[in-house]
Design a protein around this ligand. Structure first.
Ligand code: 4AD
Ligand code: MG
Length: 461
């Protein structure tokens, strides 16, 4: 079989060549003697035109009655058509129907709204928009693995079921068995989840704590896996299930961490610009007219850096325009993140050294005893794309911070061991993979960059 992508890439070399193409019918129109099918095989968002003639194919009647959505295999010859709208077509010699479709096929040849497409998440991969987004997603995932592999990072699979709340925000989904017959449970001696794990069991919100253990053995590691957050927020940027990449580096500080994040971003963007040029032009035309320019600029510029304190001082003069005015100590919310990256810096910006109160327990205390060695990377269109920090490697400081936050030492015994036995400076970050795809495509809703979104109120699949 030949992929339509390959033909578009170098159609001249296919002139007069016999090809076999398998795909799904996007449109079908015919007269008594001949007909045209637009066929899409998913290899690119372009469809290929199939011409079929009564004299050439034996099942003209069957083919002319084919509904949109049907699956066929076409054997025929590529013919260049320099004067027509499409640069070439396939003159069919044989068309086999693999699967019929019916006239109520939900994807007809017109533009459907993204809201409608979300209701048919099982069919929307056949559209141009989702097709292009998923190809970018696939290439970006590959680029991330390639980036870390080239730098000899060890890829670590951290657990999905866990007992620890890494981010301390209480946004965990509980994991439990359905064993209602368990006598201990019947007597009320154990809670849901405890019958399986002896402790409460949850879906992980981050692989970081486990990643730290492995960085303190291999130096440089990364994770790439699904994470879960039970945040009941119905926004365009939050999903209950999303994928996160979390590198962790030992013998390294916050500056090393930010350099790694910047290098990774540039690598992934360059890779996608090279491998998905058609998709990026498509998004540039239909989603965001500044996309290509923005991505090229990212590769060629150095990211900006500001401290949290500087960022707050930059935001305060604009407080009148925010739903939530800021002062020192406030959390930086989406509107502020976007103002910083879109209006003030107009490029990715690292915000560092946040007040300890608005960040997680594991972040390293700065000398001022008020702020921690944290960094968020904010980007135009998305806001927070990366969250990271240098980790507190000093046992006494970590313990006293945990005490302040009423975290139980016993629950973190192994994490604390990492500070007792060969603890060293180390740092890491997490990048939300869906937010990265939003940034790479200009798509503004997280529901349209993940195959089957799990968000508050999403449809069942
Ligand atoms: O800032 P977060 O919560 O950081 C962590 O989880 C750290 N443990 C990471 C680390 O240092 N290893 O999450 C990291 C990133 C965010 O910047 C955001 O891009 C993404 O994960 N993210 C979400 N993406 C989609 N839906 C959600 N509900 C998300 N929550 C976080
Ligand atoms: Mg964060």
């Amino acid at each position: 079989k030949t992929q339509v992508y390959d033909i578009f890439k170098d159609s001249a070399s296919f002139n007069e060549k016999d090809v076999t193409i398998a795909g799904w019918v996007r449109s079908n129109r015919h007269s008594n003697a001949f007909g045209f099918i637009e066929l899409n095989d998913g290899s690119c968002f372009k469809s290929i035109q199939i011409v079929y003639v009564t004299a050439d194919i034996e099942n003209f009647d069957e083919i002319s009655r084919l509904n949109v959505g049907g699956a066929i295999i076409v054997r025929g010859k590529i013919v260049l058509t320099p004067d027509a709208k499409q640069p070439f077509e396939v003159k069919a010699a044989k068309i086999d129907v693999e699967g019929h479709s019916t006239p109520d096929y939900p994807l007809q040849k017109k533009r459907h709204s993204v809201e409608f497409l979300r209701e048919i998440a099982h069919l929307r991969p056949r559209t141009n928009l989702i097709g292009a987004a998923m190809r970018v997603r696939s290439e970006a995932a590959f680029a991330i693995h390639k980036f870390f592999n080239e730098r000899n990072f060890v890829y670590v699979h951290t657990p999905i079921i866990t007992a620890s709340d890494c981010e301390g925000a209480g946004e965990m989904f509980r994991v439990t068995t359905l064993d209602v017959e368990n006598p201990l449970r019947k007597e009320g001696k154990i809670d849901f989840g405890e019958d399986f794990f002896c402790k409460n069991a949850f879906l992980t919100v981050s692989g970081q704590l486990n990643g730290e253990a492995y960085a303190l053995a291999y130096g440089n590691i990364y994770t790439f896996g699904p994470t879960f957050r039970a945040e009941n927020s119905n926004t365009n940027r939050h999903a209950a299930e999303f994928w996160m990449i979390e590198p962790e580096i030992a013998f390294a500080d916050l500056n090393d961490d930010m350099r790694l994040a910047e290098d990774m971003m540039k690598y992934v963007v360059s890779h996608v610009l090279e491998k998905c040029s058609q998709e990026i032009s498509f998004f540039n035309e239909f989603m965001d007219k500044t996309l290509s320019e923005r991505l090229v600029n990212l590769v060629n510029s150095s990211f900006a850096h500001v401290t949290y304190t500087e960022a707050i001082n930059l935001l305060i003069p604009h407080n009148a325009s925010f739903a939530f005015p800021v002062k020192w100590g406030s959390d930086i919310q989406t509107e502020h993140e976007r103002y910083l990256s879109e209006v003030i810096f107009k490029e990715p910006v690292f915000v560092t050294d946040y007040p300890k109160e608005i960040k997680s327990f594991y972040m390293r205390m700065n000398d001022d005893n008020k702020t921690v060695a944290a960094m968020d990377m904010l980007v135009p269109g998305v806001g927070e794309l990366i969250g990271g920090s240098q980790r507190e490697e000093r046992l006494d400081l970590l313990l006293s911070r945990m005490k302040e936050l009423h975290l139980n030492e016993k629950d973190y015994w192994w994490y604390l061991d990492l500070r007792r036995y060969g603890g060293t400076r180390h740092a890491g970050f997490g990048i939300g993979f869906e937010r990265l795809i939003m940034y790479l495509t200009g798509i503004t809703n997280i529901r349209d960059v993940i195959p089957f979104p799990r968000t508050v109120g999403s449809a069942e699949f």
